[in-house]
Design a protein around this ligand. Structure first.
Ligand code: PSU
Ligand code: MN
Length: 300
């Protein structure tokens, strides 16, 4: 795939059919505050390795669509001020101009799948925003995942969204959802979004078997609840505050998610940052275990 630049380590792992886990970079550039963003990104990569897989953080570095960032590229994505948030439609433009960009769930999934990676870990997917029946604000994460064969581990979708509508869209788009050791769809910061799931799995090997049995080119979503979630009333207060600030500041489009996440982090005295970090690390660990199980199924 000439459009993509794979690091030597990732290319070798894929050639040898070893377990590889893709990681997104918008979380680093636009989802977490500095300087903890770089520390979290490094920790996540280390945890993937400890759990037997090779990490492949994805971003656009000086126009190169890169699968498997070097330590200095990872640092640049965390620290540069000119890193753009790039969903799938933005990537070709930024690549052609030699720019820097962090990839969202949509573009990371697309690039990872083109590279031949089967597993992808993130925090929470984008989805249908509140009020979308008027604004039409629905993340390209959903439509991209409907045509991208990859397994995504997340703690559900961002809790700032219309979760019920997002679940309806996931059904329409034929994206299979598995609850990992849970009966209800997790609510990102919240343990439980209140929506019951049809399928529950207990072990990474079960997910690997589902992957092997897939009949479609759409994604498989593994929903894994936050290890230490937020209590619902604290969450509601933070959300109400952040949404009304976003409305009065006139924030729209792709700026909505980074704005609201930043308001959460600065209004919760570090609580949302701690939970967000734990979500990302626990999803990366689970994705690594599934990647290892899937690689060994495919070797047999
Ligand atoms: N969830 C987080 N932090 C984030 C995001 C999601 O906890 O930074 C990012 C992801 O990259 C996701 C993107 O793909 O937000 C969705 O943005 P939008 O709603 O503008 O499509
Ligand atoms: Mn949007």
């Amino acid at each position: 795939m000439k459009r993509l630049h794979l690091s030597e380590e990732v290319a070798a792992a894929l050639d040898a059919r070893r377990a590889v886990v893709a990681l997104e970079s918008t979380i680093i550039s636009h989802g977490l505050p500095r300087p903890s963003n770089l520390a979290v990104a490094q920790e996540v990569e280390a945890l993937v390795r400890e759990n037997g897989a090779i990490p492949a953080t994805i971003a656009i570095c000086e126009g190169r669509i890169t699968v498997g960032l070097s330590p200095s590229e990872l640092q640049a994505i965390a620290e540069r001020d000119d890193v753009i948030k790039a969903s799938t439609r933005d990537c070709s433009v930024i690549a052609s101009r030699g720019g820097w960009a962090a990839t969202t769930v949509a573009s990371t999934a697309q690039i990872a799948s083109l590279a031949g990676i089967s597993l992808f870990a993130t925090g929470g997917l984008g989805g249908v925003h509140r009020g979308a029946s008027i604004t039409f604000d629905e993340s390209a994460d959903l439509s991209t995942l409907s045509r991208t064969p990859i397994t995504v581990v997340s703690s559900g979708v961002k809790s700032i969204l219309d979760v019920a509508a997002t679940l309806e869209r996931l059904e329409t788009l034929s994206i299979t959802v598995l609850g990992y050791q849970c009966d209800y769809f997790p609510g990102f910061y919240l343990e439980n979004s209140g929506h019951r799931l049809e399928y529950r799995v207990e072990k990474p090997e079960e997910v690997a078997k589902v992957m092997q049995s897939t009949i479609s080119d759409s994604a498989l979503l593994v929903a894994n609840a936050a290890p230490n979630p937020m209590d619902p009333s604290t969450h509601q207060k933070l959300l109400d505050g952040a949404l009304s600030e976003a409305a009065s500041a006139g924030i729209t489009g792709k700026a909505v998610t980074p704005f609201i996440l930043e308001r959460f982090h600065s209004s919760s005295a570090g609580l949302s940052l701690k939970i967000n970090t734990e979500i990302i690390t626990s999803n990366a660990i689970l994705a690594s275990k599934i990647a290892v199980a899937y690689a060994s199924l495919n070797r047999d």
